[in-house]
Design a protein around this ligand. Sequence first.
Ligand SMILES: Nc1ncnc2c1ncn2[C@@H]1O[C@H](COP(=O)(O)OP(=O)(O)O)[C@@H](O)[C@H]1O
Ligand SMILES: [Mg+2]
Length: 359
Amino acid sequence: MKILELSLFNFRNYEEEHFLPKAGVNILLGENAQGKTNLLEAIFLCCLGRSHRTPRERELIRYDQPLASVLLRCEKGDVTRSIRVSLSQEQRRRVFLDSLPVQNIGELMGQLNCVLFAPEHLSIVKQGPSERRRFIDMEISQTYPSYFYALQQYAHILRQRNNLLKAIADDPSLLKTLSAWDEQMAKTAAFLIRQRRLFLEKLSELARRNHFEISGQKEGLLLRYEPNLEDEEPASILNALESGRKRDLRLLSSQIGPHRDDFALILDGRDLRAFGSQGQQRTAALALKLSELDLIYQETGEWPILMLDDVLSELDSARQGFLLERVLPVQTFLTTALPVEKMQGAFLFLVENGHVQPG
Ligand SMILES: Nc1ncnc2c1ncn2[C@@H]1O[C@H](COP(=O)(O)OP(=O)(O)O)[C@@H](O)[C@H]1O
Ligand SMILES: [Mg+2]
């Protein structure tokens, strides 16, 4: 996949800007607060329909403006597509694919795949489970839109079920309606658990290889799925929900289900979440990111767009070299505040106060 053009209108600190990236590595060089991450955020928005930085869409609109939009033209195989996201102070964002309005954001999934690597991802190993769940969810959704729909559905069921648990506390006669939600929850949960298991098995194999290449160490990296519910059968999930019902009613929220899942990164038998040194955690995070890239390629036959936001300076030169070698076949957007050494196949753009120009 390749981005041919990115146009921004009143997006963050960009008034009107047309950026024509190159097929290889696009180095976006600029001082702090000039708009480098904003540019990546605009790309991310076109890939996944939301910002990677904020759930509040209005923050994306240039201060004091009513509207903003991002228009992206990209190439997938030999097909050219356009994705437009319109933002307004008044309504929810609207997305257009080849000028046609997208009804459910799931339709956008897989149109333009991306992998974003920012300094905060270096700590994914030691962050809380919700960050790791977000990672898995985003990744599977991009290669498998039905997963995204199931995820939306699960979130809806969970909300309804939690509301109902609270309502039952006031009106016990509502208890009889809980089973219907349990059944739906069990079905959707079963699907999510199965997909996560399959995904983590594939990712684990790629991560093991990448980790070996980066570290040169014989010790193996392994990803281990830690589902909150072991079972993948709707019937046994339903049983578990029924057994946990008393507790749910007491705590007024759903205590079990894939919304409580996690996965562990295990190096040489040790859980890196608890026992890894910072160096080991970072190497594992880098291996994980590269595996994300590999897996999208493996599943779709196309390299996703890679965005590296200020990560080079966080890595030692051996890891930097490894990373830059791996990105060669991939259209890459690399932001940096410090000039980087001349790289083969790289193009320099200068980012200054909401403008991007060839350097
Ligand atoms: N909605 C907005 N309207 C105008 N400017 C904004 C908006 N949101 C952020 N900015 C500006 O964008 C700049 C930060 O851009 P960013 O891309 O994060 O910088 P960097 O180049 O360091 O990655 C800051 O100057 C900030 O004031
Ligand atoms: Mg930045």
